[in-house]
Write a protein that binds this ligand. Sequence first.
Ligand code: BG6
Length: 501
Amino acid sequence: MNQNQQSNALIMIFGATGDLANRKLFPSLYRLYQKGKLTRFAVVGVGRRTLTNEQFIQNVQNSVAESIANTEASDLETFASHFCYHSHDVTDSSSYIALKNIADDLDAKYELGGNRVFYLAMAPEFFGPIAIHLKQDGLTDVAGYKRLIIEKPFGHDLTSAQELNNQIRTAFSENEVYRIDHYLGKAMVQNIETIRFSNAIFENLWNNRYISNIQVTSSETLGVEERGRYYETSGALRDMVQNHMLQMVALLAMEPPIRLTPDEIRSEKVKVFRAMRSIVGDEVNDYFVRGQYGKGTVNDVELPSYREEPMVNPESNTETFVAGKVMIDNFRWAGVPFYIRTGKRMEEKSTKIVVQFKDIPMNLYDNPEKELTPNLLVIHIQPEEGITLHLNAKKAGQNMEATPIKLSYANTGIASINTPEAYEKLIDDSLNGDATNFTHWDEVSLSWSFVDEISQAWSQTPATNYPNYASGSMGPKEADDLLEKDGFFWWPVNQLAVDVC
Ligand code: BG6
């Protein structure tokens, strides 16, 4: 099958009236269509609600028009004409059989060669039962390829993830399962490998001889919003650390793969997960810090505490912030802490990686006010996308003083294009059978094992100091202490902007 034939497919979106479908999936499909990457295709929206095809098509057009400026009405109409809707009961075989008939008709109408992509964008408790029905009721019995795209959360802990995986694997083989971690679709997360493996100046220094610590921060300004019910059972550890944060650590720490193929890259990432020091019992307090946001004022707006949010227990023990020290016990990284930090209702929305290099052996420069600033490589993941290298250079004038300078590259500044949305890339990859930026079961299971120890320790000793950070701050003081006791501090992410002239 060539590249074009790969993207000829019937896409079934379960959860088609939901938020993710409307905000991300329809606009991403439209962008692929606009770029000519999606020509022969049909989409069946599957949802519990009763909608006519016309109503659904109108919804699709509205959500695309809302998120993409300057859409052309006729173009959008043609795109949306490839969509239809099926009102579905996920537990009822007859509903799947009706869906199969629709799918077979569309397959013949658009000559899709029997290629089928099933996108599960709905409540996770249905993932397993749907996969089982898809097989049982004949929807996966196709002449072309069949692929399952599955949203997070993939389980709640290792045991439930294992159970879900077993259910899915009755219908799909591992290489047909595309587990979404949308951070892996972000342009600058993908750039971590390119920065590391295509630059002689970094790869030689990328180890415990030259790097003192690495800091990964993903802060959000939003609170838990309408997702209280889900978040109460998840918390920041399961919601962000088990997946996005540890995936970024794996990309930063992995060995160069022998080739840039999905299998080679994943097998290097898996080795990182295997080398992560497992933190057990009382040790958790030395390595990890949790927090929950209290009230605060941001831009003159008074914000409620987490415990006052809708669907949240007024005495909730759920963490909305996590900071931790991850140690990777292998030759390259022994002794180098990877600090991670993520939270809701923080000072700013930003994801950044700061690689701090070790100090040079001695300072030859007169800098009466301060010591030489260490070299930093900052990878700006979002909202800015770019790289900054912090160096020292001679201060202008008659002196022998060194002063910090920055070399910056901004993705949009130089390339003058908007980088595609993570979802657009991930859908494109899955249509083309490229699983590089999806998580393999081995990564999922190892990351759950790591995180389960921490959540177990926390569930045995409920936090007594919640709320322990104000909305609009950078998290609890304990997160600063975590670095301070190692002789480090969090580089202030709000002062590390990319500036490109
Ligand atoms: C999701 C989490 O996976 O990632 C959300 O469930 C979080 O709670 C979101 O807000 C953050 O993603 P981004 O791309 O906005 O950083």
